[in-house]
Design a protein around this ligand. Structure first.
Ligand code: ZN
Ligand code: ZN
Length: 595
């Protein structure tokens, strides 16, 4: 961590003391718990008891913070005994719990005092709070369990941020506002891509016509890409029998993420949390020979996983989602090539989608941890981990290694891409599995005519269409490349006189499989353009008397004219309609990001 960053951390953590001091003056019965610095700011968690605070209270708290800061000359450290600390915080069970832990571990217990406010704290402050605690803003309120454990009490978390200078603060707040504007929930609603209806259920998004049109384009794209690499596709049902999940081990290891069973004729069924068990079953349906391998079974499989209502978030955290899943069954000798092939597909996919910033993470086992002793031998793990590492190196891909991040059943490579907030979201994954081939007793007949266990690779390029769309919407701020834009062109007739011609243009575009809309409202051209601009439609086709000049109007397949305007507000002027179609198709075929 750089020195600057740690200064910033000290500044932010010091601001959290100031926040706690202000809260205690305004709500003397509130119990402060913990207030660390975080990326982009700080927070402090409080138990407000019976009091309810809302975001409307934040400006008042800020005011109080400014007032208190005037009297803060520094942070005075005092080493105290556990007895003294417990006595001071005797009304605060959270602090006394922490004091007890520190005492048990024989660690120093320190108080920090500024003005009249004393906090139990390990240090990390700035020297001159009076001068430096100025350029801050309280941002939001959220619920947070004490120590992140849902069995504990829900506390109130107040988030804030602070910078060394006012200019930095205002820039940060502007960026935040910008990010809010292009948030996938805001844009998804404005552009009518998806909706979450309370009548249908939280965490269960509905793809609206425009969002679904985009999804279909990407599904078709993916099927084509996968078929090119020798994949075949299956589609398995949303509910599977209980025994299948006993065999796979999901019942037992994954219960917490599964919903309660459904009973049909005395038989229990579960909504599937993963597509793997069905994939394994399909592999097993007949005897497989080494000549058949590798077998690559793809599935756009919809899975259901338990999420608490409070943790649901737009398309990012949902209860049911569709994965661009696949299972590859291969021999040990084929494993390197198969992983390489998945990496090749990833790189094609990111290029076609126009993604530039993404990073690879190699998630490894921790030999010390018990969970990694459950499947696969140590040699097996080492070999598989090296295989993944070698493939990344051979491709000159930069990657970070994370020990202890592997799944319990095998190592994996995750790919993270950067979103509009500068945060990284997981997009794709490729994983080796030591567990399911054993559990399902998978085999193939090798060259010697003996039964041999295949390797199983799980991979998903679009980890989940829902989460991926959240990312895509924010990445492009709704201005999608023409190849998957929900509406590729919008026709704007200048007057009702031009409507017949406009309809001719529309039907020709539809015949050519172009996603098109006609704005036939009796509105001014200016208003129609504004509307199309807000909808971020790549091409606007303006048709007026000049374009529709010939007496016979639109001539199917003949010479027709349109005036073309881009959503960037650039005017391409009048052009031949056939030429426009050719241009658009060229952009689509090239998967061009620019218009
Ligand atoms: Zn502190
Ligand atoms: Zn799987």
């Amino acid at each position: 961590m750089s020195k600057d960053r740690s200064n910033l951390d000290n500044l932010r953590h010091s601001a959290s003391h100031l926040l706690a001091a202000a809260v205690l003056q305004m709500w003397p019965d509130a119990k402060p718990t913990l207030g660390p610095p975080i990326e982009n700011g700080f927070y402090y968690d409080f138990d407000f008891g019976k009091a309810k605070i809302t975001e409307e209270d934040l400006p008042k708290i800020e005011e109080k913070m400014h007032e208190i800061a005037e009297s803060w000359k520094g942070f005075e450290e005092e080493k105290v005994t556990a007895e003294k600390a417990k006595e001071y915080f005797k009304d605060n069970t959270y602090k006394t719990e922490m004091i007890k832990e520190l005492a048990d571990k024989k660690k120093d217990i320190t108080f920090y005092k500024s003005g009249d406010f004393i906090d139990l704290c390990g240090g990390g402050h700035i020297d001159d709070p009076k001068d430096k605690l100025k350029h801050f803003k309280l941002l939001s309120i959220a619920g947070a369990y004490w120590r992140g454990d849902e069995k504990n009490k829900m506390l109130t978390r107040i988030y804030g941020t602070i910078f060394p200078a006012e200019k930095e603060l205002s820039e940060y707040l502007e960026n935040l506002e910008e990010a809010e504007k292009y948030n996938h929930r805001t844009l998804g609603k404005e552009m009518e891509l998806f909706a979450i209806f309370p009548e249908i259920g939280p965490g269960l998004p509905v793809w609206l016509p425009k969002g679904y049109a985009m999804r279909r384009v990407l599904e078709d794209y993916m099927i084509k890409l996968e078929r090119g690499f020798g994949y075949e596709h299956i589609l398995s049902p949303h509910i599977n029998k209980e025994d299948l999940f006993k065999t796979s081990g999901h019942l037992g290891f994954y219960d917490e993420s599964m919903y309660a069973p459904i009973e049909i004729e005395d038989q229990k069924y579960y909504l599937k949390p993963m597509n793997c068990p069905a994939g394994m079953t399909v592999y097993k349906m007949k005897t497989r020979s080494y000549r058949d391998l590798p077998i690559k079974l793809g599935e756009f499989g919809t899975v259901y996983r338990f999420e608490k209502t409070g943790e649901l978030h737009g398309l990012q955290r949902v209860r049911g989602f569709t994965q661009n899943d696949a299972h590859i069954f291969c021999t040990k000798e084929q494993l390197v090539d198969q992983i390489q092939e998945v990496i090749d597909m990833m790189l094609i996919f990111y290029k076609d989608l126009g993604f530039k910033k993404y990073k690879f993470v190699l998630a490894l086992s921790d030999p010390e941890k018990e969970k990694y002793k459950f499947c696969g031998s140590r040699e097996g793990w080492d070999w598989a981990e090296n295989t993944l590492r070698e493939v990344l190196k051979n491709n000159n891909l930069e990657f970070t290694e994370k020990v202890g991040d592997a799944a319990f059943y095998g190592p994996k490579i995750d790919v993270l891409a950067e979103n509009v907030y500068g945060k990284s979201d997981a997009i794709s994954t490729v994983q080796i599995d030591f567990n399911l081939p054993e559990r399902f007793d998978l085999s193939f007949v090798n060259e010697k005519g003996e039964n041999e266990r295949p390797y199983v690779i799980h991979r998903a390029l679009v980890g989940s269409f829902e989460r991926f769309f959240a990312f895509l919407i924010e990445y492009y701020k709704g201005s999608f490349p023409v190849w998957f834009a929900p509406v590729q062109a919008k026709i704007l007739p200048i007057t009702d006189r031009n409507l017949k011609y406009a309809k001719g243009i529309m039907s020709e575009l539809k015949d050519q499989d172009i996603r098109v809309e006609l704005d036939d409202r009796s509105e001014t051209l200016g208003n129609k353009i504004r509307q199309a601009q807000e909808e971020k439609v790549p091409y606007m086709l303006i048709v007026g008397d000049k374009e529709a000049s010939s007496p016979e109007g639109f001539k199917p397949g003949g010479k027709n004219l349109v005036s073309v305007r881009l959503r960037s507000e650039k005017n391409l002027g009048q052009m031949d309609f056939g030429e426009f179609i050719d241009n658009l198709k060229k952009k689509v075929n090239e998967k061009s990001v620019d218009l």
